[in-house]
Design a protein around this ligand. Structure first.
Ligand SMILES: [Zn+2]
Length: 331
C-alpha cells in the first residue's frame, strides 16, 4: 500500500502555552518561523519557550498499529547496501590507526550497529537527503539511494509515539527507544516532513528492501537537459572540477547555472527550495551530468508517482523480491 506523497501538505499545530490545536499551511509556518505570526489562541510567537509547534496529525494512519506494516516506508542513504552496510568501510586508514587495536574497532562497529535505523514517509526520506547536503554533511552530487521497504508483519510496535529522539546527527541507540520485546518505535519527526511519523527500528524488523538511484531521469527530461547544456555552453560555463565548493561565487558561469535552477526551486516549498539550490551547486560534473542531475533530482520531489511506478515494482508480499535495481532479502 502506498500513501499519497505531498510535500506541500498542511501541518497540525499545537501550542504548548495554551493548548490550542489548529492546521496551518506551509506559508503560515514560514511566516511564523520569522516571528510574523502568532498562536491564534494566546498570541505567543515562535520565540516563546513552550509556544506553538508542528505536531502529528491525530488521524495519521501510521498511528494505527495494524496499519504500519501495510505501508511502504522510505529511507535515503549514501550506502549502496543499506541497511546491511559495514560501518567500518567508511573509515579511512587514519581513523583505523586511531582505533589502535582490533578490539577497539570491533567495539566501535558494535556501537554503530546498535544504533536505531530510521525510516519514514517518502517526503521525510527525500528531505533528509537534501538537509544533509544543505548542512554540508555530504557534497552536492553525492550518490544517494532511495530505499523503499516493508516491515515484518508480526513486528511488535511500541504504543503511541514519542518526540523526535535523535541528536543533531539523528543518532539514537535502539534499546533507548525500543525496550525488550519491542521492535519498532514511532516518533514525531521534527526535522524532515515535520509532524510526520517516522520509525526507529532494528534490522530484524525489516522484511524486504528495494532501491533506486537518485537522480531519477524521465524520458521527457531530454528537452530540458539539451536546452540547459546549450545555454551553459553559450555562457562559456564549465563546472569547476576541484577545490572547495563555493556556493556564493558570482562569476558568469555560476550565474547561468543559478538562473537555470531558480525557476525549478520556486516550484518547491521555501525551505526545500533553499536546500535544492544547495544540492544542485555547479560543481565537479560535466555540463551534461550537472543538467541531468538537476532535473533528475527535482523529479524525485515533484514526480514521486513516476519514481514509485517506474522503478519500485515487484511483489513485496513475498520475502524474495526482484526488481530492476536489485534488492535485498533480509530474512
Ligand atoms: Zn497558544
Amino acid at each position: 500500500m502506498e500513501r499519497a506523497v505531498d510535500f506541500f501538505r498542511d501541518r497540525h499545530m499545537l501550542c504548548g502555552h495554551c493548548g490550542r490545536r489548529w492546521v496551518a499551511d506551509l506559508e503560515w509556518i514560514d511566516r511564523w518561523s520569522d516571528s510574523q505570526e502568532s498562536c491564534p489562541g494566546c498570541g505567543v510567537t515562535c520565540e516563546a519557550e513552550a509556544g506553538p509547534r508542528v505536531t502529528v496529525d491525530p488521524d495519521d494512519f501510521a498511528l494505527q498499529d495494524d496499519e504500519i506494516t501495510q505501508f511502504a516506508w522510505y529511507h535515503t542513504s549514501t550506502h549502496p547496501d543499506w541497511p546491511d552496510f559495514d560501518p567500518a568501510a567508511s573509515l579511512n586508514d587514519d581513523s583505523r590507526a586511531d582505533m589502535k587495536s582490533d578490539a577497539l574497532l570491533d567495539n566501535w562497529v558494535d556501537v554503530k550497529r546498535a544504533k536505531a535505523l530510521h525510516v519514514g514517509t517518502y517526503e521525510a526520506a527525500v528531505e533528509n537527503m537534501l538537509r544533509r547536503i544543505y548542512d554540508h554533511q555530504d557534497e552536492p552530487g553525492t550518490q544517494f539511494y532511495l530505499y523503499r521497504l516493508h516491515l515484518v508483519p508480526t513486528v511488535a510496535v511500541r504504543a503511541g509515539w514519542i518526540p523526535d529522539p535523535g541528536n543533531w546527527m539523528g543518532d539514537v541507540m535502539l534499546d533507548e527507544v525500543c525496550p525488550p520485546g519491542v521492535d519498532v518505535a514511532r516518533y514525531r519527526n521534527d526535522r524532515e516532513d515535520a509532524g510526520g511519523i517516522s520509525l526507529a527500528l532494528g534490522r530484524t524488523a525489516i522484511l524486504s528492501v528495494q532501491r533506486i538511484e537518485i537522480p531519477l531521469l524521465l524520458d521527457e527530461d531530454s528537452g530540458w537537459v539539451a536546452a540547459a547544456v546549450r545555454e551553459l555552453k553559450e555562457a562559456g560555463a564549465e563546472p569547476p572540477t576541484s577545490g572547495v565548493i563555493r556556493r556564493d561565487v558570482t562569476s558568469p558561469r555560476y550565474e547561468k547555472a543559478r538562473e537555470l535552477v531558480a525557476p525549478l526551486a520556486e516550484r518547491l516549498p521555501t525551505s526545500l527550495g533553499r536546500q535544492f539550490v544547495a544540492a544542485t551547486a555547479f560543481y565537479a560534473r560535466s555540463i551534461e551530468d550537472w543538467a541531468a542531475y538537476v532535473i533528475g533530482l527535482i523529479n524525485i520531489i515533484l514526480a514521486p508517482e513516476q519514481a514509485l511506478a517506474w522503478r519500485f515494482h515487484g511483489d513485496l508480499s513475498s520475502s524474495r523480491v526482484k526488481t530492476e535495481e536489485g534488492c535485498s532479502d533480509l530474512r
